[in-house]
Design a protein around this ligand. Structure first.
Ligand SMILES: [Zn+2]
Length: 300
């Protein structure tokens, strides 16, 4: 069965360790195809406390997509197609600060993109140019609500704000790089926040991230005694806390009917719509069609 365009309101993108969301009631699975390729995996849509929620595993349920190959544009497009207006993105991260301890949760407010340019980081390319404001990469409204939800999880320490530095990977950073990021004021490190957040903004979808601190990045000497078992145990507890936080969020915060993110494209398209080739127009019609229509010159 083909999904409806209003299939879900809230999207969840799960990172390492979060491959399913079994709390979804009466789940349906959709394998979607988009003008930007296929999403990481089937998207599971179901009910959660009366809300329609769409879940997608960022790396695929078998963790088959390395960070550089995560089809972020297809993932965000598919969420938009399903009607999603807000995404809770969950990511495992390394800590660059003493005070951000393994097992704690961070709701970042800033992002530095150090990926190497090989990822599709925009829906708009030749033929149709758009420049979006991205000073606040995470939706301030949703971020605040998610932070409130994270704080309700018993026994979990959470942190308000922080800068997520996104590296290309798949290797972890060198000790010199780790020290460099610290000197720049970065707080947590991961490999997938970009371009996901950029694409969500272009798609007019609010996005906030729950960053799960798995371990200290390599800057901290003396962490070699950390065992794989210990890291796995921290990740298991983190994922459980993230699931609780998401359920709490859904319980307490109905999706906003309007947020500035939803109209981020309104003033962003620079190309003359009448000069946009049909093929380029069709690719982004779901995302930008109404703005292009508004800009159509009046007929005589
Ligand atoms: Zn928003």
């Amino acid at each position: 069965m083909a999904p409806r365009h209003s299939e879900a309101e809230t999207g969840i993108i799960g990172g390492s360790g979060l491959y399913d969301f079994s709390a979804l009631e009466e789940p349906s699975e959709y394998r979607l195809s988009t003008p930007f390729g296929e999403p990481s995996d089937r998207i599971v849509v179901g009910g959660l406390r009366g809300r329609r929620v769409a879940f997608l595993s960022r790396h695929g349920r078998r963790h088959q997509h390395p960070p550089s190959a995560v089809p972020a544009a297809a993932n965000i497009y598919a969420m938009k197609y399903l009607g999603v207006t807000e995404i809770l993105s969950v990511s495992a991260v390394g800590s660059l600060r003493d005070e951000l301890r393994p097992g704690e949760l961070v709701v970042p407010d800033q992002l530095v993109d150090l990926t190497r340019g090989g990822r599709t980081s925009s829906f708009f390319s030749s033929g149709l140019v758009a420049h979006l404001p991205f000073a606040d990469p995470y939706c301030p409204r949703l971020r605040r609500l998610v932070l409130d939800a994270v704080r309700t999880v018993p026994g979990t320490v959470s942190h308000d704000g922080g800068t997520y530095v996104c590296i290309e990977g798949p290797q972890f950073s060198t000790r010199a790089e780790s020290g460099l990021y610290r000197s720049w004021g970065m707080d947590v490190i991961g490999m997938t926040a970009a371009p996901e957040a950029k694409l969500a903004r272009e798609a007019g979808i609010c996005l906030a991230t729950i960053a799960l601190v798995t371990d200290y990045d390599c800057w901290r000497q003396g962490e070699e005694s950390v065992t794989a078992d210990l890291v796995a145990e921290v990740m298991r507890r983190n994922v459980a806390a993230a699931k609780q936080a998401i359920t709490s969020y859904v319980d307490t915060s109905p999706p906003a009917r309007h947020c500035d993110c939803h109209d981020a494209l309104a003033q962003a398209i620079l190309s003359d719509p009448s000069a946009v080739p049909d093929a380029d127009r069709r690719r982004v019609d779901l995302l930008a069609g109404r703005y292009l229509d508004e800009h159509q010159p009046a007929r005589d």
